[in-house]
Design a protein around this ligand. Structure first.
Ligand code: 0WD
Length: 256
């Protein structure tokens, strides 16, 4: 039987077929979830429409949402609530930083670059959780995507590492706030995966090679593995887990 039959889940952050959010959407669909998608750019809407058609996945709703704009988040979840009534999960798979801040030294980060990364990549989860919880009246799960750069200094990741640290702390505070409503909040910390966002991080190829050499599994992970772990965190199989950061990284994070 399917783990997510009868559940409605909002997936935020599909930009193209390589997006982690698309891998997640496929995992959720395989387990019977009804999916609602949000997108920011028109270009992503076009890609998403084609992906849905070619994969045979039928979206319950596709709605525009810019997570750095409160009124856009409110409007998106108003529409989602009006359409679905109840939602059981949200996948937050978005982040943004200025390309100039993903190279060189962190010490040179501008105030505006810092603000932008925090706002789109960390605060966005708080704004989304606040709107989503209104419709999560049967409980459920919220899952975001983070990276090891939150815990350790990773070359070039810089301002995004600091934003991911804030995101992971936000997961814990949100888990405490929403736990009383039966809503669990968790993060998946994925290893490097070649996507549009990854193109912005300089030296990305070297990072992937390091995983092949040093990670216990001696290989990189893919969108489907991250998708299945995220699916697990949205399903009842993980009902005792909240405030957690689950590494899907071939075990790389345990290595010294
Ligand atoms: O190696 C990787 N790719 C890893 C990514 C390793 C570990 C974690 N992650 C994280 C990312 O930091 C991000 O949080 O996974 C998440 C998804 O990343 P991705 O799949 O690599 O990225 P991508 O395919 O580029 O999609 C990100 C989407 C884009 O969609 P649009 O429609 O805007 O083209 O997030 C979007 C981004 O532009 N995004 C926003 N969407 C709404 N409002 C915003 C925003 N303000 N900012 C960025």
């Amino acid at each position: 039987s399917q783990l997510l039959a009868g559940r409605t889940i909002v997936v935020m952050g599909v930009a193209n077929e390589r997006s982690i959010a698309w891998g997640i959407a496929r995992s959720l669909h395989r387990q019977g979830a009804q999916l609602i998608f949000t997108y920011r750019k028109e270009r992503s809407l076009e890609k998403l429409t084609k992906l849905l058609a070619s994969s045979g996945i039928e979206a319950k709703l596709v709605v525009s949402c810019d997570v750095s704009d409160d009124s856009s988040v409110v409007a998106a979840f108003d529409r989602i609530g009006a359409e679905a009534g109840v939602i059981h999960g949200v996948v937050h798979s978005l982040a943004f930083a200025d390309k100039d801040d993903l190279q060189g030294e962190f010490v040179d980060t501008t105030r505006e670059g810092y603000r932008l990364a925090q706002d789109s990549s960390a605060y966005s989860l708080v704004a989304v959780a606040r709107e989503a919880k209104k419709w999560m009246t049967e409980g459920g799960g919220i899952v975001t995507q983070t990276y090891l750069g939150a815990e350790r200094v990773m070359k070039n990741y810089n301002v995004m590492g600091v934003a991911k640290a804030a995101l992971e702390a936000s997961v814990r505070y949100l888990a405490e706030d929403l736990g009383k409503y039966g809503i669990r909040v968790n993060a998946v910390s994925a290893g490097p995966i070649r996507t549009l966002a990854a193109k912005g991080v300089s030296g990305f190829n070297d990072i992937m090679t390091a995983i092949e050499e040093k990670a216990p599994l001696r290989r990189n992970v893919d969108q489907e593995e991250v998708g299945d772990a995220t699916m697990f965190l949205l399903s009842d199989l993980s009902r005792g887990i909240t405030g957690e950061v689950l590494h899907v990284d071939s075990g790389y994070h345990i290595m010294g």
